[in-house]
Design a protein around this ligand. Structure first.
Ligand SMILES: Nc1ncnc2c1ncn2[C@@H]1O[C@H](COP(=O)(O)OP(=O)(O)OP(=O)(O)O)[C@@H](O)[C@H]1O
Ligand SMILES: [Mg+2]
Length: 358
């Protein structure tokens, strides 16, 4: 099924030029459960290469193997034509591969320069904090990603932390940059800036791997795409121009896509009702004002709006982390407006926060 696409995806490389990163037959199990089985990947110099796949498909695991975080159970890997078996991220860095992880690896109570110095150990060029700050500033201007080396990481925005992380791995010598879902935490504008940077970097002869769930990022910023499903590579390195969103979606989920055609469920009884809810006034004014909605059993209710218009306050009021100024929250017929958070949990109300790690 994938053969035509795979052929279409083959990239012509001048004879004798090695791939930036080549992975073949990679297997990796955790506690006997296979996260990767016979996965392969081929990254060329000068390209931005997307890896897509459903949650749990093995994207992060494959790139963690590439970056020396995990040691594969089997398979072969080479960087720029050199066969390697990495034992640590430092070895990967020495081979020219750096990864910016889904969850950043910066020490919050350190400044950007201190974090970089920490990552460097005692390399010749960087002995003191003053050196580190100067080197960070220079790299930051060179690659066009502004960050203040003297700022504490705890005081940086998410986009700034990500830039600090990128600068850190670039300073460690990355010519291959792997970014694991970097835009999931960014605004659209920040995402465009980051992806343009990735493109610029690749055009200068580096190679970039972008793990993403967003097809429009693949279409707009990537040269090729590899699709993973259940720990395997189901489409390897197709040219983005040769695949459609529908094909990518079908390969990502396999036969499960037929589920999309299922009829709407018929809503049942009201299980949660929010009535005339107002949040406590803050210095910035009223974040929730006379809000009301009903959620029925069997429904998924979406709440849309520009960020910062009361969404966080609504979640805090529903959970009981904040007490509403007025109004009622009724769960299964029981008014929980004054109930404590643990009582609401007992009653069956749970939350998955936007920042899973923190
Ligand atoms: N350190 C670990 N210990 C045990 N199981 C793991 C570990 N890391 C990953 N897994 C499992 O391996 C499988 C692949 O996970 P992986 O994180 O690579 O998926 P992913 O494609 O990156 O998903 P997502 O899009 O959600 O980030 C999953 O079943 C996951 O639960
Ligand atoms: Mg992942």
């Amino acid at each position: 099924m994938t053969t035509a696409l795979q052929q279409a995806g083959d990239m012509r490389r001048p004879l004798g030029t090695p791939a930036a990163l080549l992975m073949r037959g990679i297997g990796k199990s955790f506690d006997g459960k296979a996260a990767l089985r016979d996965a392969s990947f081929c990254l060329e110099w000068g390209e931005v290469h997307a890896i897509v796949g459903e949650n749990g498909a093995g994207k992060s695991t494959l790139m963690n193997v590439a970056a020396g975080v995990y040691v594969a159970d089997g398979g072969e890997q080479s960087i720029d034509g050199e066969a390697i078996s990495l034992r640590s991220p430092l070895e990967a860095a020495a081979a020219g591969l750096g990864m910016v992880h889904q969850h950043f690896r910066l020490v919050e109570s350190f400044t950007v320069a201190e974090n970089v110095l920490l990552g460097f150990g005692r390399k010749a060029a960087m002995k003191t904090l003053t050196d580190a700050a100067a080197i960070v500033s220079a790299k930051s201007s060179e690659i066009g990603l502004p960050v203040d080396p003297h700022k504490l990481v705890a005081n940086l925005s998410i986009a700034e932390r990500q830039r600090a992380e990128i600068i850190k791995v670039m300073l460690l010598g990355a010519r291959i940059l792997v970014m694991d879902e970097p835009t999931a935490v960014l605004t659209d504008e920040e995402a465009r800036t980051l992806l343009s940077f990735a493109q610029r970097l690749s055009r200068q002869g580096h190679a970039v791997v972008l793990i993403t769930h967003k097809f429009r990022e693949v279409a707009a910023f990537c040269d090729r795409v590899t699709i993973m499903r259940h720990g395997e590579t189901v489409l390897e390195g197709a040219r983005v121009a040769n695949v459609t969103e529908a094909e990518v979606a079908r390969l990502m989920v396999g036969d499960a896509l037929t589920v999309a055609g299922r009829p709407l469920s018929r809503p049942g009884d009201v299980c949660l009702s929010v009535e005339r809810l107002s949040a406590r006034a803050t210095a910035h004014g009223q974040s929730l004002n006379d809000l009301g909605f009903e959620l029925h059993v069997g429904e998924i209710l979406g709440i849309a709006g520009v960020g910062g218009n009361g969404q966080e306050e609504l979640v805090a009021c529903l959970l009981g982390l904040d007490r509403a100024g007025a109004g009622a929250i009724v769960l299964d017929g029981q008014d929980i407006s004054t109930a404590k958070p643990d009582q609401r949990r007992e009653a069956g109300l749970r939350v998955i926060p936007s920042d899973r790690l923190a």
